[in-house]
Design a protein around this ligand. Structure first.
Ligand SMILES: [Zn+2]
Ligand SMILES: [Zn+2]
Length: 338
């Protein structure tokens, strides 16, 4: 089969001689149809997620069931499925205390085992969610949305919250839509790119602000007492640092964008104490796939406008490089023809 194989640091080769994976009794073989490229893929490509080579990346996957294992009852060949990439043991301390995203044997399709930048993928049957009403491209978008739903749970938005979102890429746009669904009174979105802010306005941002020298002043004008929730969707430590003074007393900062592992910010513990601040992390997905899909299927969250380009698997490197250098309009996806 054809697959984009990460063979070493920043070295992807598109091969046609990759063997089709064999499946176990509780697995299904999924024929990939659409698979998003994500900032995490850039980190893996750059060696920041400790990849083991060779690896077929791609964790935002939707496709068709091609084959089912002997013990699989709920799925059959031809079913359209999207795949929760998170593979957990369900036995360890963290699985047993409802923190499956911290499973001691945590694995993820396309991150620690082969994923959707190849024609066929081996996936545990229980990770597959059948769907009908949306396209494969939209189905593949459930993965980042499921991450965002988990982040929203962590940030505990209250009805009437004033929210600030840093970054208007696909993740920022998903946080905008889910914040509104969660009852935000007003969402302000910041980015350096005007066209991305235009899209944020179409998705209901109350305010959009270009990140330039006047940023602080404009943010203060919008929310005099600061923002109840600030969500970082940039992974840029400078942007996060700059947002700290804009947290209202009692405010919460959700660190959602992935910073480099050795990046740091400066934080005054006294401020956190005196101002009742909360700094919140959010890693991947914790059983939020089903809810994410319902939000999309029912039109509460729209993703079609967030897909800017569909690439053949031969263009995987171009896609990753485009994202890496900030030239992607919105979400790029690898698609496989019927
Ligand atoms: Zn991702
Ligand atoms: Zn576990």
């Amino acid at each position: 089969m054809k697959a984009a194989v990460l063979e070493g640091l920043q070295k992807i080769t598109v091969r046609t001689d990759v063997p089709v994976p064999s499946i176990g009794p509780r697995d299904v073989l999924v024929r990939a149809r659409a698979c998003g490229i994500c900032a995490t893929d850039v980190h893996i490509y750059d060696g920041e997620f400790f990849p083991t080579f060779p690896l077929v990346q791609g964790h935002e996957l939707a496709g068709e069931v091609a084959e089912v294992g002997a013990e699989v009852r709920e799925l059959k060949p031809g079913d359209r499925v999207m795949v929760d990439p998170t593979v957990t043991c369900d036995d360890c301390h963290f699985c047993m205390t409802q923190r499956q995203n911290h499973c001691l044997q945590w694995n993820a399709v396309g991150v620690t085992r082969d994923g959707g930048f190849g024609e066929y993928v081996r996936v545990p049957a229980r990770n597959c969610y059948r769907f009908e009403r949306v396209s494969f491209s939209e189905g593949a978008f459930t993965e980042p949305l499921a991450c965002v739903v988990y982040g929203q749970d962590r940030a505990r938005l209250g009805l009437g919250s004033e929210v600030l979102i840093l970054g208007a890429g696909p993740i920022g746009q998903l946080h905008l839509q889910t914040s509104r669904a969660n009852g935000a009174a007003a969402v302000t979105v910041v980015d350096t790119v005007e066209s991305k802010l235009d899209l944020a306005r179409r998705f209901g941002a109350a305010h959009t602000v270009v990140a330039d020298n006047a940023l602080d002043e404009r943010l203060r004008k919008i929310a005099r007492w600061g923002y109840d929730v600030v969500i970082d969707a940039t992974g840029n430590p400078k942007a996060i640092q700059g947002a700290l003074p804009h947290l209202a007393n009692g405010g919460r900062l959700l660190l959602f964008g992935v910073c480099a592992p050795d990046a740091t910010i400066e934080l005054k513990p006294f401020d956190v104490y005196r101002r009742d601040l909360e700094i919140i992390g959010s890693f991947a997905i914790r059983r939020t796939y089903d809810r994410a899909f319902k939000l999309m299927e029912n039109g509460v969250v729209r993703v079609r406008e967030l897909i800017s380009e569909a690439l053949p698997v031969e263009d995987t490197v171009r896609g990753i490089e485009t994202l890496k250098h900030g030239r992607a309009g919105m979400k790029l996806q690898i698609v496989f023809p019927e």
